[in-house]
Design a protein around this ligand. Structure first.
Ligand code: URA
Length: 202
């Protein structure tokens, strides 16, 4: 796929999200003047980060991870000398849930096909999930269902997916969500440690 095709297909996803009136989060988006958050970064990224859902800052700007959790994500990337513009960052749910509540199963189900398409277009070699919602979805999606355990037991490990994208096996790395680590020094330390696994894939 050429870069131009990739850009067009990713733009089509953004346009469809803007029109997604069937979403239970659509009214909340409209009444607050929010935007859906499709994703941001390199269309040829080797590494794709998948968070949970946009927070207020993200919904106001349409950009993923641009609030407090995003600032920590920036520091984590910096610590392993990975440039934010070289990776692709997105979420499993593309609209902000009210008051940042956990995404509902039906919201994940509705938005997941958009994420699947983004993965299919970008073709990352590594998918780093941020938090348990994207971890569970992505591990199931890529045939790693039996390896799913609580995130406290498998964070920072790498799992080779039995399913391939274009003949290439992809690596799934579950990580804690940066938002959980903002006020938790222990978790923050763990997250910085876990990020080091990405150094060999950049
Ligand atoms: N938390 C997420 O999961 N995603 C964002 O984009 C911001 C905060």
């Amino acid at each position: 796929m050429t870069d131009k095709n990739k850009t067009e297909q990713l733009k089509a996803i953004r346009d469809e999200l803007l029109e997604l009136k069937s979403s239970p989060l659509y009214e909340y988006r409209k009444s607050n003047g929010y935007f859906p958050v499709a994703g941001q970064g390199s269309h040829n990224a080797h590494i794709m980060f998948i968070g949970e859902a946009p927070g207020r800052n993200e919904a106001q700007t349409g950009r993923p991870f641009c609030g407090a959790a995003g600032k920590l994500l920036d520091k984590l990337l910096e610590s392993v000398e990975i440039k934010r513009e070289d990776v692709y960052i997105t979420n499993i749910v593309k609209d902000r849930p009210p008051e940042n509540r956990d995404p509902m199963p039906e919201e994940i189900e509705l938005y997941a096909p958009f994420l699947d398409r983004q993965i299919e277009i970008i073709k990352p070699l590594i998918i780093a999930t941020l938090g348990r919602f994207s971890m569970e979805y992505i591990m199931k999606r890529f045939g790693l269902e039996i390896k799913i355990k609580p995130i406290s037991q498998i964070h920072g490990q790498s799992f080779e997916s039995p399913k391939e994208i274009d003949g290439k096996k992809i690596i799934i790395i579950p990580l804690y969500h940066p938002a959980a680590a903002i006020y938790n020094q222990e978790l923050k330390k763990t997250l910085f440690e876990d990020f080091k696994i990405l150094e060999k894939y950049k």
